[in-house]
Every structure is written in structure tokens, then in C-alpha cells.
Write a protein that binds this ligand. Sequence first.
Ligand SMILES: NC(=O)c1ccc[n+]([C@@H]2O[C@H](COP(=O)([O-])OP(=O)(O)OC[C@H]3O[C@@H](n4cnc5c(N)ncnc54)[C@H](O)[C@@H]3O)[C@@H](O)[C@H]2O)c1
Length: 312
Amino acid sequence: MEIKSVTVAGGGVLGSQIALQSAYKGFDVTMWLRSEGSIGRAQPKLDRLVGIYTQTLEAMKTDPHAYCRGLADSPDVPPEKLDELVARAKAARGAIKLTTDIAEAFGDADLVIEAIAEVMSEKEAFYRSITSVLPERTILCTNSSTLLPSAMMDFTGRPDRFLALHFANNIWKNNTAEVMGTSETSADSYRSVVQFAQAIGMIPLELNREQAGYLLNSMLVPFLNAAEALLANDVADVETIDKAWMLGTGAPLGPFRILDIVGLNTAYNIVAASPQAQDPNSTPGRIAALLKKLIDEGRTGVNAKAGFYTYD
Ligand SMILES: NC(=O)c1ccc[n+]([C@@H]2O[C@H](COP(=O)([O-])OP(=O)(O)OC[C@H]3O[C@@H](n4cnc5c(N)ncnc54)[C@H](O)[C@@H]3O)[C@@H](O)[C@H]2O)c1
């Protein structure tokens, strides 16, 4: 199915990015927010993103490192074309419709992307609330990071047209989109979503089957855990562990630089969720304690200008 109209549910960190990026690439975009207050909170997020798109496109005129893959197909775009893209970003922002009305938001959508809170009961209530107004043709996607689509498909009333489309944060530059169906997802829905992801400037990463953590986090979380364990068990210090990874593999960043980017709160929440972390003498318990100490000192990562490292 060819997708033209897209409704994004939720206007938080990811919902606002998905909406603007889709509008920027020419789709007819509606955002559904659950209250007028949520609309009020989504508007400045969209404005901020337009500012980032504008600054990035301006910087691309002179700085080759400014190139963002989601904003232009190649780094060699001439300046006048970049001006057109700035105008396109501003027009896209103006064209996004924001509404709290379920029938208006979902009654004529080709594709719905759900990006509401990561709480199963709230996802269930959301999917159940829209089934009666959705057209037969509509494909539903969840952007959930941790909940499997098979655990939600029965709420949708259309398991064959339901799958996960998982974006990375800052989608205009980190432009991967992991596409993951359930055993019930139809091949046609899956293909349509892969094509849509390409059309909005993403690089679709196709999963053949369901996997908690998708591709990236299935590799990244164990890798970061291993580095944290080396530190917590005092095998080596932060710089030495990072050097081992970078010099040994040629990677540009070591695990502790990556942890600073992810944010130490998220790293703490992941390790603290393990039952073993309750035992302060276990490795997860030690990792949780060292992350908690840094968090309590305000060293939560790059956004706070300090984490394992200090940033200017
Ligand atoms: N933040 C990330 O880096 C990231 C990356 C990939 C995927 N995700 C996923 O995207 C989804 C949203 O994450 P986020 O970071 O944008 O969250 P967020 O907290 O920034 O935004 C959530 C949005 O949903 C709305 N909302 C919350 N509960 C709701 C409900 N019950 N009904 C309707 N609307 C509701 C909020 O008002 C807000 O607009 C989650 O499933 C998350 O796992 C997040």
C-alpha cells in the first residue's frame, strides 16, 4: 500500500521528531495528543526541531562534518538547494496538524505511528480507543523500545497490519529505523513500512523475527554491561577500558563515552531492574552503586556536561 497520510500518537521526544521528519519528507502529517496541555507542550518541541534542522542545513554550506543523512540524500548539496530545504523544514512545521480529536486524527490515516508512554496498560488503552475509527487499510506501528509487538497485537484488532517501527533518538542524523513484525504481520504491511521508512530518509534495518532490544540494543546493552562490570570489579579504570576497545577494534568511541551519551540515568535503570542488583556484593549491585554515586553528584552524562568524563 502506498502511504500518504501519517498520524503520530504522542508528542514527546520521539513523537515530535517522527512527525516533523515525516512532514519534511512530504507526508501529510497529523499529531494526536491526548489533551490541550499536551498540544501546548508539543508545539515548542517542533519549533526547537525546526531550529535544529535550519542550523544544521546552514552549517552544511561550509562544514562537511555537519551533514545529517536524514536531511539530505548526499553531503554535496549546493547552497541554493540547502536554502530550499530550510524553507521546506519551516513549511513542514506549519503543515503538521495537531489535534486531540480521535476521529479527526485517525479516521483517514494510511499509517499510525504510536509513540506514547512506555507503559503497557496505556498502550492497550490507546489501541483499544482507536480501533472503531481506523479505516480498514490503516497500518499501525509502535515505536516501543522494550515492549514486543506480539504482546500488543491483540489490542489493535488488526494483527496483520501491526508491527514495530523503532527509531533512534535524533532521527534526522541517527537515521536508522528497525522494522520488526510479529508472526501475524502481513508481508504487504511490512513492505509498506520499509518503503515508508526509506521515504522519510531513514535506513530501514529489517528484522526477520521478533527480538527484545531489536538489533542495536541486543548488542549494545551486553557490551556496555561488560564494560561496567570491568570497572565495578576494579579490573581497570575508565580510560584504560575505553582504550582497550578503541585501539583494539578501531572504534571511535569506547563504552564509557557511549554511556555518557546514552545517559547514566538510563544505564542505572537498566541495571537496577535486574533482581541481582539488590545484592550490593554482586557485580550488578556494584555497577548500580557506582552509577548511583555519579548520578547523585550530577554527573548524568553529556547533557549535564559530566559523566564518566567531563565535557566543555
Ligand atoms: N526517547 C528515546 O530515545 C526513544 C527512542 C526510541 C523509541 N522510544 C519509544 O518512543 C515512545 C515514546 O517515548 P518518548 O521518549 O517520546 O516519551 P516522552 O515521555 O517524551 O513522550 C510521550 C508522549 O506521549 C504522551 N502520552 C503519555 N502517555 C499517554 C497516554 N496514555 N495516552 C496518550 N498519550 C500519552 C505524552 O503526553 C507525550 O506527548 C516509547 O514507547 C519509547 O520506548 C523512545
